[in-house]
Design a protein. Structure first.
Length: 164
């Protein structure tokens, strides 16, 4: 573990958890996630600024409004259909249903309700429209290896709007 401060060009590894407005943990990673600070990885809701200058061992907490986190809930991404029109493998709450738009774009929807012979799927992120708190612990800050630098565009991260 180094004593370097987070600044552009430094490799940062961190762990995080996300809690909802009741304090329940809705997502968590105990295995460090790494990225190059200031590189191609976009972090969620101002996290870049919040961790700048921090060092290994430091903790950061961010309170994010829906627009900073996973965006507003879009009702146009929620559909209900008759249960008999849905294949059996998707007839359970939480099932992931890939759907393709007219333009060929594929998006994953999730079964959120089954009621009175109908099934509802939602293409919004599960935390869309919700305020969250992100709790971050900086694990390490150091110079990136050549391989990490080369992979910066595809490095594991907490991407904006898709912290899942």
């Amino acid at each position: 573990m180094s004593d370097q401060a987070i600044r552009p060009g430094k490799y940062v590894s961190l762990t995080y958890s996300i809690t909802d407005d009741t304090g329940s943990v809705v997502e968590q990673t105990d295995l460090p996630v790494g990225y190059i600070h200031g590189g191609n990885t976009e972090l969620i809701g101002g996290m870049d600024d919040a961790v700048t200058g921090k060092r290994a061992g430091d903790r950061v907490e961010l309170s994010l409004a829906p627009g900073q986190a996973f965006g507003p809930h879009d009702p146009n991404l929620t559909f209900t259909d008759s249960l008999e029109n849905v294949p059996p493998e998707f007839r359970r709450i939480g099932a992931e249903v890939p759907m393709q738009s007219d333009s060929g774009e594929v998006r994953n929807f999730y079964v959120t309700a089954i009621d009175d012979g109908t099934l509802t799927v939602d293409g919004n992120h599960p935390l869309a429209g919700k305020a969250v708190k992100v709790h971050v612990r900086i694990q390490d800050v150091r110079d990136p290896t050549g391989e990490e630098f080369a992979q910066d565009g595809g490095a594991s991260s907490i991407p904006s709007g898709t912290l899942h």
